[in-house]
Design a protein around this ligand. Structure first.
Ligand SMILES: [Zn+2]
Length: 91
């Protein structure tokens, strides 16, 4: 499929079969690439380690740690929701 895109540098229609403008050689998807890299650079809140529960922990300690894990999950959920809302806002 042949697709064309306006080069952000020289405003000429150029084929997207190459990632570089065939007129000026400028990267056509620089903005998209930078956006993707900025997203990749953000730490994933779900990769943050949850508090560990060990088998030697007492019943009350395990109970307390489960509450902390629950708070952590809710906290991460709120953060990811805020990131999601922020990504929907224009600008
Ligand atoms: Zn160009």
């Amino acid at each position: 499929m042949h697709q064309e895109k306006v080069c952000p540098n020289c405003d000429k229609w150029t084929s997207t079969s190459s990632s570089l403008c065939s007129y000026c050689g400028k990267e056509l998807f620089e903005k998209e690439r930078l956006t993707r890299e900025a997203l990749d650079a953000q730490p994933d809140p779900f990769k943050m380690p949850l508090i560990k529960i060990y088998s030697k922990d007492g019943y009350l300690i395990v109970f307390g740690k489960r509450i902390i894990q629950f708070v952590q999950l809710v906290f991460f959920g709120i953060i990811s929701l805020l990131i999601w809302i922020a990504s929907l806002l224009p600008g």
